[in-house]
Design a protein around this ligand. Structure first.
Ligand code: HEC
Length: 119
């Protein structure tokens, strides 16, 4: 009798440990960094608060480079910028400045541009 209930208690302990482990790991697995305020402070001035574009930056919402492009290319533009001879939009006087964000921030921004901004 006591052996059976010992096993029961043991299972409960293991189970609750697993649940705590799962709960503490999950938030880390998703985007720990919140890209929305980052976009708002570093990108919205040129690309518009909702990615709709402005006189100094092309729209990112509905932009095929973002919706159909390779994430590595998007990340590269965010990190390195795009200026002078590399510029793709001659109708914009401005260039895309590089060095605005860290690598981790650029990664979070790529997810944000592909995801939330397109909604
Ligand atoms: C000073 C204005 C300015 C700021 C700030 C800025 N951008 Fe840009 N961005 C541009 C311009 C202008 C282009 C187009 C450059 C060109 O002619 O190719 C561009 C291009 C891009 C592109 C490529 C679009 C395409 O269709 O090829 C992406 C992606 C992008 N920006 C993301 C961002 C993100 C993310 C941020 C914030 C970290 C940001 N930009 C901040 C002006 C800006």
């Amino acid at each position: 009798m006591s052996q059976k209930s010992d096993l029961h208690v043991h299972c409960k302990i293991v189970l609750s440990f697993l649940m705590i482990a799962a709960v503490s790991v999950l938030p880390g697995a998703s985007d720990a960094m919140d890209a929305a305020p980052l976009y708002g402070s570093k990108c919205a001035a040129c690309h518009g608060p909702k990615g709709e574009g402005s006189p100094v930056g092309p729209a990112l919402k509905g932009d095929p480079f973002v919706t159909q492009g390779a994430t590595a290319e998007i990340k590269k533009v965010i990190l390195m910028g795009r200026m002078e001879k590399d510029k793709k939009y001659p109708n914009f006087m401005t260039a895309m400045p590089g060095g605005l964000v860290s690598e981790a921030e650029a990664e979070a921004l790529v997810s944000y541009l592909i995801g939330d901004i397109q909604k």
